[in-house]
Design a protein around this ligand. Structure first.
Ligand SMILES: [Zn+2]
Length: 70
C-alpha cells in the first residue's frame, strides 16, 4: 500500500519524490523548512552559541564562565 503524499495528502507518494507525490509537493515542504514553519528545538547548540557571542559583557552567563574571563 502506497502512502499518501505528506503535503497534499491526496495523491500517493511516488518513489522518485518520496514521501511526496510530486516535485511540486516536495518544493512546498522545502519551502516550509526554509520559512521556519518546522521549528526544531535545539537543546544543545543555538543557546550556547548565542551566549558565547555576547562575550565578557554578558552578565547573565553562568558564574563559572565569569570566573574564567575575569
Ligand atoms: Zn502531493
Amino acid at each position: 500500500m502506497a502512502k499518501l503524499c505528506l503535503i497534499c495528502n491526496k495523491k500517493e507518494a511516488v518513489p522518485e519524490f518520496k514521501p511526496f507525490c510530486s516535485k511540486r509537493c516536495g518544493d512546498i515542504d522545502l519551502g516550509r523548512w526554509l520559512n521556519g514553519t518546522y521549528v526544531i528545538e535545539g537543546e544543545d547548540g543555538g543557546a550556547l552559541d548565542a551566549a558565547n557571542d555576547l562575550g565578557p559583557d554578558a552578565h547573565h552567563i553562568p558564574p563559572e564562565t565569569n570566573d574564567i574571563s575575569d
